[in-house]
Design a protein around this ligand. Structure first.
Ligand SMILES: NC(=O)C1=CN([C@@H]2O[C@H](COP(=O)(O)OP(=O)(O)OC[C@H]3O[C@@H](n4cnc5c(N)ncnc54)[C@H](OP(=O)(O)O)[C@@H]3O)[C@@H](O)[C@H]2O)C=CC1
Ligand SMILES: CCCCCC(=O)O
Length: 484
């Protein structure tokens, strides 16, 4: 890279786009600071990457799983060596606090190591044939070239939790990161380059989603597309890929509830609501946004929540005293402000925050106060639509049964939590909640890399990522019947 200009990585080479144009990525804490520039690529750049990936896959799939795993172990080593630089870039590019950025980069390292080990594990089953002289077994095989389209909120963990399983199971990849996380993603790709992957196995093309993302969805040589991002974009990708007979995986929005039952540990529930709802400035798909509280403890819980929320320190993610950083971009900032105004217009009561923070250095960035509404009804926009910002909506119920029904009264179904010690409530929550991630006495965020990740209803396309679940999407199965 020259200066802060980052190139595409195609067929094992760093290359400028044929457009000759750049896209700048700005620091949301210091809105005039350019963190770096990436290529504003064209379809022809993308098509070259897809062709190289297709060509490279012929040899890549022939390697043993152990051989492919060694490349992933190497990539983990280089990510570890560059952890501080990558985490710093992440904080400067999308605003999350530096400790969170360090944690996410560490998670990327762990994911690479987890899937590197997959190269030595079983990839099929021996099945007894009715013909005693025959051998019958199943064998998982790669699907080919995988298009990877990722959002800005986890610019290290999400690309890696898609690329690592794709690669270990014998596929080649073309990554298109969100522009607002593309400089961070470029530094991750540098680690893959240093790991010595054969040319064309890993490819990286930046540019606008409507050009490069759309191109990955449309190109018939991209056998599968794995996407994480908003529902509008995801549903469009799914339609395009399905229409050409490709495979697709969509991880999309959430409107995650946390239920506080009358027997909850109030202190723990308050901490989980603030951490799960406001960490990363509420910009995780697994963040809590609806807080459903049993009426008998409502005032006690609300007062403690406000008391602790007032102590949250907001500032530049690089400042060690910062608990919550800025919104990731001007666009995200405007979206959050829009929903705060909608909440007020629709009759919710704003009981904390709601304003932009502008004193001192904060005027340089896109900072919003931790915001809490009450008197929120399920028909309101702030109860139904994903805000993806530091906004909590308090809702009051009389029973846990009512709470679960209210929790389910949205189109999404990604993550859900309940705070209670009552085993009957726990069992009915596990049974009845419409969510892919079900958490008891724990915040809605914080998934672990070895467990299936994904949602129900409008949050996902019903596939699952991470852990052993990833194998389903990144492979297909041959059933072999062999006679002597
Ligand atoms: N369910 C989950 O696991 C997660 C869901 N999300 C969701 O992602 C959203 C926030 O991320 P954000 O990046 O803003 O989401 P977007 O949907 O705006 O973008 C996601 C990716 O899609 C690309 N893209 C944009 N338009 C198109 C298109 N027409 N065709 C193909 N690709 C396109 C974007 O590129 P570019 O931005 O460069 O234009 C980006 O790389 C939130 O809704 C959040 O809920 C986020 C994390 C996890
Ligand atoms: C893509 C969303 C990632 C969620 C990560 C977490 O909840 O820790």
């Amino acid at each position: 890279m020259s200066g802060n200009v980052f190139l595409n990585y195609i067929g094992g080479e760093w290359k400028k786009s044929s457009s000759g144009e750049l896209l700048e990525s700005y620091n949301p804490a210091k809105k005039n600071e350019v963190v770096g520039s990436v290529q504003n690529s064209t379809r022809s750049d993308l098509n070259e990457a897809i062709a190289r990936a297709k060509d490279a896959q012929k040899a890549w799939r022939k390697l043993s799983g152990a051989e492919r795993g060694n490349y992933l172990y190497q990539a983990a080593t280089f990510l570890e060596e560059n952890l501080e630089e990558i985490a710093t870039t992440m904080t400067k590019e999308m605003g999350k606090s530096f400790p969170e950025a360090q944690g996410e980069t560490t998670r990327g390292i762990q994911i690479l190591k987890y899937y590197a080990g997959e190269g030595m594990r079983s990839d099929g089953d021996l099945i007894p044939s009715t013909d005693a002289s025959a051998l019958m077994f199943s064998k998982r095989v790669p699907i080919g070239v995988v298009g990877v389209i990722t959002p800005w909120n986890f610019p290290v963990a999400i690309p890696i939790w898609k690329m690592a399983p794709a690669l270990i199971y014998g596929n080649t990849v073309v990554l298109k990161p969100a522009t607002e996380g593309a400089v961070t993603a470029a530094k991750v790709i540098e680690c893959f380059e240093k790991a010595g992957f054969p040319a064309g196995v890993v490819n990286f093309v930046t540019g606008s989603g409507s050009v490069i993302g759309q191109g990955l969805a449309e190109n018939k040589d991209v056998h599968a597309v794995t996407f994480t991002g908003s529902n509008n974009v995801g549903k469009n990708i799914g339609k395009i890929v399905a229409a050409r007979g490709g495979k697709y995986q969509l991880e999309m929005g959430g409107k995650n509830p946390i239920i506080i039952a009358e027997d909850a540990n109030i202190e723990a529930a308050v901490d989980a609501t603030l951490s799960g709802g406001l960490k990363s400035t509420g910009q995780k798909c697994t963040c809590s946004s609806r807080v459903i509280v049993q009426s008998s403890i409502y005032e006690q819980f609300k007062n403690r929540l406000i008391e602790k929320a007032k102590k949250i320190t907001v500032g530049d993610g690089m400042d060690p005293s910062t608990w919550m950083g800025p919104c990731a971009s001007e666009g995200q900032f405007k979206t959050v402000k829009h929903y705060i105004n909608r909440g007020i217009e629709e009759g919710a009561s704003l009981i904390l925050g709601g304003k932009q923070l502008t004193e001192g250095d904060l005027k340089e960035g896109y900072y919003i106060e931790p915001t809490i509404f009450e008197d929120v009804t399920t028909d309101m926009s702030i109860a139904q639509e994903e805000i993806f910002g530091p906004v909590l909506a308090l809702m009051k119920v009389d029973s846990v049964e009512e709470a679960i029904d209210l929790a389910n009264d949205v189109e999404y179904g990604l993550s859900a939590s309940i705070f209670t010690k009552n085993i009957d409530h726990i069992l009915s929550f596990i049974d009845d909640i419409e969510a892919g991630l079900v958490r008891i006495n724990s915040e809605t965020a914080g998934v672990e890399l070895q467990a299936p990740f994904g949602g129900m209803k409008a949050s996902s396309s019903y596939s699952r990522e991470q852990g052993q679940a990833a194998k389903e999407f990144f492979t297909t199965t041959k059933t072999v019947f062999l006679k002597g």
